[in-house]
Design a binder for this molecule. Structure first.
Ligand code: ATP
Length: 235
């Protein structure tokens, strides 16, 4: 489904990604773990078309080369990014925010079915369709952000630190919701500081250190690997 080969990216002189190769299969949930500044957000931005990348890199979705497509064209191709900090519109209602996600041509015809599906995945949003998003908790706003991304009927959902800044209770609820998204067959590539929870949700994971892939494996194996526990799971 998503194939990334030889991806490098720079901020000025600073090389934030160095020769990254990774793939995500259809229906898989894949996590990217790494310390602050390792390059995780840059990786997602590169896939979403928000970052210039090395000319010899290849980013492909279902065999379609994305490198030369704009961010909007990548949404049409099936990419949906939920950025760190969510990017929801606080003054607008839940319903309005969700419908903003339905703008791509690929999603317009199935707008109502997509809304139904999103509300089944996030029943809490169903109760609050007319509520202004700014009056909701951080966890609820994150659900709006993920719901909005799902409204574009993506082939793959890119999640950047979805649990950042949420209370422990909200983190639990968010991961339960993500489990439902996973069970619905949505393919996910996610970056998460909560490594233990994200490994429990994932099929596989990649470890990123200073812009390079330092390891990868099946999530349950990584969860029980002592060196991974020490470096990424707080011992
Ligand atoms: P975090 O978990 O802290 O968000 P990250 O793994 O997502 O970290 P990135 O945000 O991808 O890391 O950043 C990778 C590197 O690139 C870091 O060294 C960071 O300081 C640098 N960087 C990120 N954004 C910019 C920018 N806009 N300008 C310059 N350098 C940047």
């Amino acid at each position: 489904m998503l194939e990334i080969k030889r991806l490098s990216a720079w901020y000025g002189q600073h090389k934030a990604l160095d020769d990254v190769t990774l793939n995500v299969g259809r229906g898989e949930v894949v996590s990217v773990l790494g310390a602050n500044g390792a390059g995780k957000s840059t990786l997602l931005k590169s896939v979403a078309g928000l970052m210039p990348v090395s000319v010899d890199s290849r980013i492909e979705l279902n065999g379609l080369r994305l490198n030369d497509l704009s961010d909007f064209e990548r949404v049409e191709a099936g990419i949906a990014l939920v950025p760190e900090g969510r990017g929801v519109f606080g003054e607008l209602t839940v319903r309005e925010n969700l419908y903003l996600g339905a703008y791509p041509a690929r999603a317009r015809a199935s707008e109502h079915d997509n809304l139904k599906r999103v509300l089944e995945l996030f029943p809490r949003l169903h109760e609050r369709l007319r509520q202004a998003v700014k009056t909701m908790s951080g966890g609820e706003q994150q659900m709006v952000a993920i719901g909005r991304a799902l409204m574009s009927h993506p082939d793959i959902l890119l999640l950047d630190e979805p649990s950042l800044g949420l209370s422990p209770l909200m983190v639990s609820e968010l991961f339960k919701a993500l489990q439902r998204v996973r069970q619905a067959g949505v393919t996910i590539l996610m970056v998460e500081q909560n490594a233990r929870r994200s490994l429990k949700l994932s099929d596989r994971a990649y470890l990123v250190e200073q812009g390079r892939i330092a390891g990868s494996g099946v999530a349950v194996d990584l969860l029980h690997d002592p060196s991974v526990q020490k470096a990424y799971l707080g011992g």
